[in-house]
Write a protein that binds this ligand. Structure first.
Ligand code: SF4
Length: 319
């Protein structure tokens, strides 16, 4: 039987960003340095495939520090942690490695700087996401107010409208965030504007790549986890750009083939925590069903790299 023709447009950049790459390397290097088990507080990055692989290598994933014994090293995930977490690790005399992405740490420092200057912070982010919890946890309770939508801005009760600054989660939708910032500036004209947006280069580039594909495709597949903020935003960007079908899939087995019937042009993107092997798997699944041509749509080349913490660059030693 002849297969129907289909073009797969591959978004580039896609998949791992420098922060995810560094966080995974930190767990691998910690296992090499200290042997198994090494404990990791929260999924190191939001991807089941990555987490399962590291678990097989000897990493133990826990949600809270008190689930880890004090005589084994513990790693904090790429999303960042409230200040209370490293403080508690120190109190318990634990060896810990912080895999917080340097671009998230930059937002933490920004929040602290504004706080020292007496400004109250407004954070644009998603309630309950570990990055939001970590960033808000850099300052004392009540010092960071969270807004998730334009509507939330109207309900804000601030200490002094003339002494405010805002920060954002790094993985938000650029367009939605711009609308919230506009509402904040309208309500609080004196609000301090960041020198550079907190939404990171990887989020920006992946959303730009999906937009660049969108006028060529009838359907978009985003490879990523349901709890991955930046992956979910890519699906929304695809929908907003007019893709009738925009699906988030963890891997090829989750593709809804019925929704792709009669389609001849499909875009494939991958969130910042999705490994390339899952993209290869999706391409192979298309090749089984369609006479597939793959075309790369590259909007920008990424050359960002982050060093791992010094403790892992030093010679092996036991904790
Ligand atoms: S998505 Fe951005 S902030 Fe998050 S880990 Fe990657 S580079 Fe860092």
């Amino acid at each position: 039987m002849t297969k129907p023709p289909l073009t797969l447009y591959l978004a580039a950049p896609r998949g791992f960003c420098a922060g995810v790459d560094r966080a995974i390397k930190i767990v691998e290097m910690a296992l090499e340095k200290w042997g198994a088990p090494v404990y990791v507080r929260h999924e190191i990055v939001h991807n089941k495939f990555v987490v399962d692989r590291l678990r097989d290598m000897g990493a133990v994933f826990v949600e809270e520090l008190d689930e880890a014994p004090t005589d084994r090293p513990v790693i904090f995930s790429a999303h960042g942690v409230p200040k209370s977490v490293p403080a508690e690790a120190e109190r318990r005399n634990m060896v810990y490695v912080d895999a917080t992405c340097p671009l998230v740490s930059k937002v933490h420092l920004e929040a602290e700087r504004h706080h020292e200057n007496g400004l109250q912070m407004i954070m644009i982010g998603h309630a309950g996401h570990p990055e939001t919890i970590g960033t808000m946890g850099q300052l004392p309770e009540g010092e960071v107010l969270l807004v998730e939508t334009v509507e939330d801005v109207a309900g804000l009760e601030v200490r002094d409208p003339g002494r405010l600054a805002y920060i954002t989660q790094t993985t938000l939708s650029i367009d939605d965030t711009a609308a919230i910032v506009a509402a904040l500036r309208e309500r609080f004209p004196a609000i301090n504007i960041p020198r550079k947006e907190d939404i990171c280069y990887a989020t920006t580039n992946r959303q730009g790549a999906v937009k660049a594909l969108s006028d060529r495709i009838e359907a978009l597949l985003v490879i990523g986890a349901p709890n991955s903020s930046n992956s979910r935003r890519l699906v929304e960007v695809g929908r907003a750009a007019g893709c009738r079908v925009a699906q988030l899939v963890q891997r090829a087995t989750e593709i809804d083939w019925d929704s792709l019937q009669g389609v001849t042009a499909v875009g494939v993107a991958a969130g910042a925590s999705a490994p390339e092997v899952l993209v290869d798997e999706v391409i192979a699944a298309f090749r089984e069903r369609f006479d597939t041509t793959v075309e790369l749509v590259e909007t920008v080349k990424e050359r960002v790299e982050f060093k791992v913490p010094r403790i892992l660059r030093e010679a092996a030693e036991t904790p």
